[in-house]
Design a protein around this ligand. Structure first.
Ligand code: MTE
Length: 324
């Protein structure tokens, strides 16, 4: 059992005092502490197949003569499809790592629309097929770093968020972009667990959202996204902790003021709006190292998750230990 009973957990395992003063937050702290332990020692036990998976077309099927496509990053192998699709965080379907693969299969992903609205000249509701017709998804192999201390290398399929935003023409007053996950228990089969307050909400500053690294993803390893990974369309912001990469997006809204995002609202003393990967700032736990899923031993975490060259300029003049 991965979720420890409150009585089993030492207060030292939970970073922030307020987290254990409030019972609901305490339970969440317990889940996260347990996740971290699981990441180091037990994750292999979680990866037993729960569902039948399609063979990703980009990889050589067993016995096939086709050479596998090179999906990794220089010196960093791509994480196996099995792990990417069975070791997940999707709290709408449960707080442990294997619940999303097991329970998110009921997520109804068709028909699906994404409304892009707010401070834009041309608000529009996009049907999913229209989105992928307008913006051809391309392969993007990115590091994926969770604040719980684990990481992967994921071959996403996706298109730049900037392309979509430019199409709707942001107005001069737009400064932030808010993203919302579907929250529709009856229509979409999303259970209303009490893990968080729904819908899951995330946000970016507009210039972050326009950075070419930020994508809307529709697939992994050349296959359509599976429900547990945020089907049919999710955000991927590789220089930030994974919780910024919101899944199963239905609404994108441009606004003037910094939005209150889900995790900032839940545990404001722990999480910041920016949440850039930063080995020098302890968030939830020490962030200087990480466990790459599939590897033994921990590796050093890189500032901005290794993407400093592309994104560090966005934060010129900001004290990143304060604006974390
Ligand atoms: N999006 C929604 N709607 N609900 C969630 O619980 N979890 C976040 C993020 N997006 C989450 C979410 C967290 S904490 C992480 S680390 C990543 O999704 C995990 O993505 P993965 O399961 O595809 O690795």
């Amino acid at each position: 059992m991965l979720i420890k009973k409150p009585g089993d957990i030492k207060s030292s395992e939970i970073t922030d005092k307020k987290v254990y003063l409030n019972r609901r937050l305490f339970m969440r702290g317990a889940v996260l502490a347990a996740s971290t332990v699981a990441t180091g020692f037990l994750y292999r036990r979680l990866l037993a197949p729960e569902i039948d998976l399609p063979t990703p077309t980009g990889k050589a099927a067993p016995g096939s003569q086709v050479a596998p496509k090179q999906w990794g990053l220089p010196g960093e192998e791509a994480t196996p499809y099995q792990d990417i699709t069975h070791y997940n965080n999707f709290y709408e379907f449960g707080t442990d790592k294997y619940s999303p693969a097991r329970y998110a299969q009921k997520l109804v992903t068709r028909p699906w629309t994404v409304s892009v609205e707010g401070l834009v000249n041309k608000p529009k509701v996009f049907d999913l097929d229209e989105l992928t017709r307008l913006f051809t998804p391309e392969d993007r192999v990115y590091r994926h770093r969770c604040v719980e201390g684990w990481s992967m290398v994921i071959p996403w399929l996706g298109f730049p968020l900037a392309e979509l935003l430019k199409l709707v023409e942001p107005q001069g007053s737009a400064q932030y972009v808010v993203f919302e996950t579907a929250n529709d228990p009856k229509g979409r089969g999303i259970p209303q667990t009490d893990a968080l307050t729904w819908p899951y909400v995330e946000g970016l500053r507009l210039d972050e959202a326009l950075n070419p690294l930020a994508i809307l993803s529709t697939g992994i390893y050349g296959e359509a996204l599976l429900p547990q990974n945020g089907a049919p369309v999710r955000l991927v912001v590789p220089w930030k902790y994974g919780f910024k990469s919101i899944k199963s997006v239905v609404r994108i809204k441009l606004v003037e003021r910094m939005p209150t995002t889900t995790w900032v609202a839940e545990v404001p003393d722990v999480y910041g709006f920016y949440s850039n990967v930063n080995p020098d700032v302890d968030v939830l736990r020490a962030q200087s190292t990480e466990q790459r899923i599939g590897d033994w031993g921990r590796r050093k975490t890189q500032p901005f998750n290794g993407y400093a060259e592309q994104v560090a300029h966005l934060y010129d003049g900001m004290d990143l230990s304060y604006y974390h």
